[in-house]
Each structure stands twice: as structure tokens, then as C-alpha cells.
Design a binder for this molecule. Structure first.
Ligand code: SF4
Length: 722
């Protein structure tokens, strides 16, 4: 008889960057494994047993309906050999004819670290281009650039436990209650325990997050730099900056203060469209706090001044000595489950693996030697928006999109569609058989999904957790790293890509983080490079940087775990810059690039709904999740709706300079929480949902000049009743 047993498997939620541990109870027999229930892992330090509604409904979204199960070409199933032969041949011939930079990968924060590492190794070390960018470019690349400029390394200097010992939490550009619900619950508990803790929300919209706020500043979209520069100037005037202390660990204070002083308090109020009393209440709370955290997310990052906004926040923390100690710091909260793991392995076109830089010849040579790579990129690759431009211009002839749906998520949808329809070869690896991007695929490859994928992810607080494969891959689906290794093998690089288990990839990556590390880089996972497969499989959540390391017994069969104690990054106030000092950087307020005009008088803001994830290819399956917000609406201030003569449920068309002739259409939801002249649309719904929901079509290609992150919080549109 096929005996059934109940087993518990521990893995990680595949949605947001909180990175909650989940316990799956499974029914296992010789013939099949089925997933029975899902609960939060009680001992996981990211969530201590809690899950939000998306995590709780994980199993409802995990069926095989709509799964891509076999490679296809022009809609016909083909075998793997045919598909990977064609891909390898096309990459090789494209390099020979047009050079390595005519090849590109566009990957995703949904990939596991091991997938990301292999994609980067193949592109940067063996194809010889840095044309690998990721949807994380749309998510947190501004935060990365600001951390690197300030600290010399992309390091988030706080963790979730800091919430439990802070006087003041400023939440700016984040609807944490909906986008990071388990973290929001943690904030609620911290505030209950410590009634003196203040929470200030800075957001143009009055969101659910404001329910916990002592003060809400509904600032004008895009004006954050003016607000935080105003804070810096005010703190200086109030004598809250101890220059000798700051200068012991940071450079650039005087120039930064000078630049911050350029706007008076009245100017700040005018630029931010806030009343002076609210601004002063915020500034006073910050100046009085002996500890303070500033949370920031997409409202800061998705901007043509995203890096400057993050920098203005970091400047305040550095200048007021609210950094590298308990309950303090500028805390960028990542949107995706593994945006951080991608950052660590160099998943962006302007990064090299293990926090090394493409501009640094020593780093290039370190990685080249470690990988035994035949060729390395000559400089940075194309960032997402530039990449799709280059495809449209015919400079990039081959693109491989993995685990992301750029036709929906990128700005300037029309341009992305034109680019993909012109490209010589578009390969898409995905778990679904149809979405807006797959319409343009010459070859579609079936990848594994959450319950099958096996590897690691890193959450917003630098904590590495195992995502464990519980179910076997369905149909002929394969792991992303496996598909990449097969193609690499067919291109003649089999030796460097001969991995048969994700543990082998992880230990190679861990070794690279320690290889010729001069001790300044905080990302050093080298104590993990000796893990065997059993130890990797049993790995408990770990947070870098490590303080003390007790090596595990390392026999081939041992699954004993290394004992690693985490330390606070930069706890000795020595940073990863050449001088060891952090950098304050003068920044000045600049208005958004997509400016309103008489023709396009409304600002479009966008963001997440509570119960949906990205383009809904998974969460859209669960009736319980759809119930919270069954369809996308455009949220409009009732006064604007009245002026247009529309009411709840009426259809309106929205057009911008880049989609004049193809407006997008949404039903109206009147919303008193919107500022006049501004509307909000949730990001998730796409044309696939049978509507004119093409939000991305409204945005032009405006990006931050440093990070390349698109300005997805600020399009200028005209709105008219349909
Ligand atoms: Fe946790 Fe985020 Fe998953 Fe919700 S979506 S369970 S907060 S990781």
C-alpha cells in the first residue's frame, strides 16, 4: 500500500521583501506529495509565526491551472534540446555578428539567489557583457545607489528588531500596512508596548498606514528632498548636530548643510505644499528623538530624483548621529522577495557580484580570476529603460526575460511592445502559459514556481533564508539556474556551469564574497563556503554581516549547522569607503520630470493593493484575494470628480503625451484621501484581465539620472469621462 505520512517543510513566502518563513504541512506518499496547510514559521526572525493574507492564501494560488509545462515555439511544444540548442546558437551567432552587447537578459527579484548568480556569471563572465538588468531596477535601484554613495557599499544598516527600540519611526513613500503587512503589525505591536514611540507618515495619499500615525504629512508628490533638506537645516539651526562627532565618522557635512540651508522653512512649506506647523512638528520630533528610523520604499525610489531623496534621508541620519546603533537608521524596505539577493550577486547592469564594482579594475580582475572567466564586460550594461530602448533601436538583437512581465510593469508600455515585436529573438522563462509579455516570445520556457524552487533568498534586513523545493517540477519545467547552465554548456562553457544542486552554486558564491575581500566589504559569506549539501538543505535563517563564526563539523554526511552571530553593520562607525568615513552628499530639490500642464493637468500615482502581487499571475487565482479589491479603479478626489461630472463606477479615459491616441480606461472611485489634482491607480491589473488596464502606458521613459529607476509615481495625464 502507498502509505501516506504527514510532514512539515519549512520555506519562505515568495512575495514581499519582509521574507516571512512559512511552515507547510504536506501529505507525502511514494506516489505524490500534496500541500495541506500553510502557517507562519514560529521561530523565523522575520515574522515569528505571522503571515499576511497573501501568505495565508499561498496554497490557493499554487495549482497547475495556466502553468506553462513544456517549452514552446510559436505556440507549439518542443523538446528542451531543440529550444536550448536554438537559444545557445542564437546567443553565439549574435555575439559573433554584432558583439556581446547585442545580447541581454532581463531578470527578476522573483529569482532565487542561485538563479541570479548563474545568470550574472554567464552574462558578465562568459558572454562578456553587463547587459543583465532586473525588474529590481523598478523597485529599489535608487536606494542601492544612495547607500553606495553614502557608505561605499550597498548595505541596509538596520533590521526589523530596531523597530522595537526606537523613539521615532518616519514612514515615507510606503503604504507599509498594505505592501509589507507583517512588518506593519510589528510596528503596531512596538507602539503598543512603547506608547511614547512616535510614528510619522509622509505620503501624498492618506493610506491605511496613516491609521498608526501620530502625524501625517500629505506632501506634494516628488518634494521629499525639500522636506528632508529642511529637516537638516532646522536641526542645524536648533543645535542638534554635533559637528565634531559627525566629522569623526563622516565627510561632507559643511557642504551638505550649506546646500540644505538654501530653502527657508517657508520655501519648504511652499514646495511641499504643507502647512508650517505640521512641518515643524515633524522636525521637532526628529530633533528630540534619541533614536529614529526612516522607512522608505517606492514613493522615494520610483522617482527621477530617487537617489537624491534617499540621500537627503541618509544625510539627516548621518548628521544627527542616528545611525549604526539600536533603533536608528535609514531603512529601505524592498518590494520583492529576493531583490536583496539579486543585489548581493550583482544582479543589476551597473554592479558586479559580491558587492564589487564594474568601474573598479581590481574588482573586475578578482571576479575574472575567481570565475576563471574568458571575458569580462568593459563597463556598465544597459539599465532597464535603456535596455528596451536599445532593443527598439535594433542594438540589442536577443533578449531573455526571466520571471517578470515587463510589458505590464515597465513605463511606456507602447515602447516596450514595439521593442519586443522588433527583436530578433525574445526568450521568456516563466511559470505561466500566457501573460502580456509572453505574447512577444519566440521561445517560452517553463520555469519552476515557488513550491518547486530550491535555493535562498535575502530579505530587507539582510537575512538569508532557504526557499525549499517541496513539490517536483511539473511537466518538463526546470529551475532557472538549470536552464541557464544547459544553455551555457551548449555554448561551450560546460565546465564552469556543471552544477547539479543549488548548494554547489551557493558555496561558490559564498566563496566569492570572501575572495580577496579587503575586509572593508560587509558582505562576506565566506564562512558558508564549506557547507555541504545536507548543511545547506538544513540552513536556518542567517543575517549578514557575521560577528563570530563557529565552524560546523564538516564531514560529508554531517548536517550540523555553523553557528554564526550577526553584528550590526558599521557598528564601529567604520564604513566601506576608501577613507572608512561615510559621506554626506549635498542634494537639491528638483521637480519631477513628467510635469503637469494645461493639456495634462493630473498627476498619476500608483502602488500596491493589499491582497495582490505584481501582475496577478498568481494572486489573481485566489477568490479570497480578489474579494478585497475585485478590479482596478482610478481613485479621484470627489471635488475633481464633480468638476468632471463623474461618479463612482463611471468610466474615465486617461491619456498622456506618450499615449495620446491610445488612452487607458478605468472606473472611477471617489476617494477623499486623495489630494486634489492627483489620482491613484493600483499597479496589478493588466490587459490580460480583459480591460483597458494599461497603467504603464501612461508613463514616459523618465528615469533617475544616477540609478536609472523610472519615475513610476508621477505621470502627467488628462482625464475625461468616457
Ligand atoms: Fe510576509 Fe510579505 Fe509574504 Fe505577507 S507577502 S506573508 S508580509 S513575506
Amino acid at each position: 500500500p502507498d502509505m501516506m505520512s504527514e510532514q512539515l517543510r519549512q520555506t519562505t513566502c515568495p512575495y514581499c521583501g519582509v521574507g516571512c518563513g512559512v511552515d507547510i504541512s504536506c501529505n507525502v506518499s511514494k506516489r505524490a506529495t500534496t500541500l495541506d496547510t500553510v502557517k507562519g514559521t514560529p521561530e523565523h526572525p522575520a515574522n515569528f509565526g505571522r503571515l499576511c493574507v497573501k501568505g495565508t492564501n499561498l496554497l490557493e494560488t499554487n495549482d497547475l491551472n495556466g502553468r506553462l509545462l513544456h517549452p514552446t515555439m510559436a505556440g507549439q511544444s518542443v523538446d528542451w534540446d531543440t529550444a536550448t540548442d536554438l537559444i545557445a546558437d542564437k546567443i553565439t551567432s549574435t555575439i559573433a555578428q554584432y558583439g556581446a552587447d547585442a545580447v541581454a537578459f532581463y531578470v527578476s527579484g522573483q529569482l532565487l539567489t542561485e538563479d541570479y548568480y548563474i545568470a550574472n556569471k554567464l552574462m558578465k563572465g562568459y558572454i562578456g557583457s553587463a547587459n543583465i538588468d532586473t525588474n529590481s531596477r523598478l523597485c529599489m535601484s535608487s536606494a542601492v545607489a544612495a547607500y553606495k554613495r553614502a557608505f561605499g557599499e550597498d548595505v541596509v544598516p538596520c533590521d526589523y528588531s530596531d523597530l522595537e527600540c526606537t523613539d521615532l519611526l518616519v514612514i515615507t513613500g510606503s503604504n507599509t500596512a498594505w505592501a509589507h503587512p507583517v512588518l506593519f503589525q510589528r510596528i503596531q505591536r512596538a507602539k503598543l508596548k512603547n506608547p511614547d514611540m512616535k510614528v510619522i507618515v509622509v505620503d501624498p495619499r492618506k493610506t491605511e498606514t496613516c491609521t498608526i500615525a501620530d502625524l501625517h504629512l500629505p506632501l506634494k508628490p516628488g518634494s521629499d528632498v525639500a522636506l528632508f533638506n529642511g529637516l537638516l537645516s532646522y536641526a542645524n539651526a536648533q543645535g542638534c548636530i554635533d559637528k565634531s562627532v559627525v566629522e569623526s565618522y563622516a565627510e561632507g557635512l559643511e557642504e551638505t548643510l550649506k546646500s540644505a540651508n538654501a530653502l527657508s522653512l517657508d520655501d519648504v512649506a511652499e514646495v511641499c505644499d504643507l502647512d508650517i506647523n505640521s512641518i515643524k512638528a515633524f522636525f521637532d520630533a526628529f530633533c528630540k528623538a534619541s533614536s529614529a528610523i526612516t522607512f522608505y520604499s517606492m514613493g522615494v525610489n520610483q522617482s527621477s530624483a530617487g537617489v537624491d531623496k534617499a540621500q537627503a534621508i541618509i544625510n539627516c541620519h548621518l548628521a544627527m548621529d542616528l545611525i549604526a546603533k539600536d533603533g536608528c537608521g535609514p531603512f529601505s524596505i524592498t518590494g520583492q522577495p529576493n531583490a536583496m539577493g539579486g543585489r548581493e550577486v550583482g544582479g543589476l547592469a551597473n554592479m558586479l557580484a559580491a558587492h564589487m564594482d564594474l568601474e573598479n579594475p581590481k574588482h573586475i580582475s578578482t571576479v575574472k580570476t575567481y570565475w576563471n572567466a574568458p571575458v569580462m564586460p568593459k563597463g556598465q550594461g544597459l539599465k532597464a529603460v535603456d535596455l528596451f530602448n536599445a532593443i527598439e533601436e535594433g542594438k540589442v538583437k536577443f533578449v531573455w526575460i526571466m520571471g517578470t512581465n515587463p510589458v505590464v510593469s515597465m513605463p511606456n508600455r507602447g515602447q516596450v511592445e514595439r521593442a519586443l515585436s522588433k527583436c530578433d529573438m525574445v526568450v521568456v522563462s516563466d511559470i505561466v502559459e500566457s501573460n502580456d509579455t509572453l505574447n512577444y516570445a519566440h521561445i517560452a520556457l517553463p520555469a519552476t514556481g515557488w513550491s518547486e524552487k530550491d535555493g535562498t533568498v535575502t530579505n530587507s534586513e539582510r537575512r538569508i533564508s532557504r526557499q525549499r523545493g517541496i513539490l517536483p517540477p511539473p511537466g518538463s519545467a526546470k529551475h532557472d539556474w538549470q536552464i541557464l547552465c544547459e544553455v551555457a554548456g551548449k555554448m561551450g562553457f560546460g565546465e564552469a556551469f556543471s552544477f547539479t544542486h543549488p548548494s554547489q552554486i551557493f558555496v561558490e558564491y559564498a566563496g566569492l564574497t570572501g575572495y580577496q575581500n579587503d575586509g572593508k566589504r560587509q558582505l562576506d559569506l565566506s564562512p558558508l563556503q564549506a557547507l555541504n549539501e545536507a548543511q545547506y538543505n538544513g540552513l536556518s535563517p542567517l543575517q549578514w554581516p557575521f560577528h563570530t563564526v563557529i565552524k560546523a563539523e564538516n564531514t560529508a554526511s554531517s548536517n550540523s549547522q555553523p553557528s554564526l552571530t550577526s553584528k550590526r553593520p558599521f557598528e564601529d562607525k567604520r564604513f566601506s569607503t576608501p577613507s572608512g568615513k561615510a559621506k554626506l552628499i549635498p542634494v537639491t530639490y528638483k521637480a519631477p520630470l513628467q510635469v503637469t500642464s494645461d493639456a495634462y493637468p493630473f498627476v498619476v500615482n500608483s502602488g500596491r493593493a493589499r491582497d495582490q502581487w505584481h501582475t496577478m499571475t498568481r494572486t489573481g487565482k485566489a477568490a479570497k484575494l480578489l474579494a478585497h479589491m475585485p478590479s482596478a479603479n482610478v481613485h479621484i478626489n470627489p471635488k475633481d470628480a464633480a468638476a468632471m461630472g463623474v461618479e463612482n463606477g463611471d468610466l474615465v479615459s486617461l491619456s498622456s503625451a506618450v499615449c495620446k491616441d491610445a488612452p487607458v480606461i478605468y472606473p472611477v472611485k471617489m476617494d477623499t484621501d486623495m489630494r486634489k489634482g492627483e489620482v491613484f491607480i493600483p499597479i496589478h491589473w493588466s490587459a490580460q484581465w480583459g480591460s483597458h488596464s494599461k497603467l504603464g502606458a501612461l508613463y514616459d521613459s523618465a528615469v533617475d539620472p544616477i540609478s536609472g529607476q523610472p519615475e513610476l509615481k508621477h505621470a502627467a495625464v488628462a482625464i475625461a469621462p468616457v
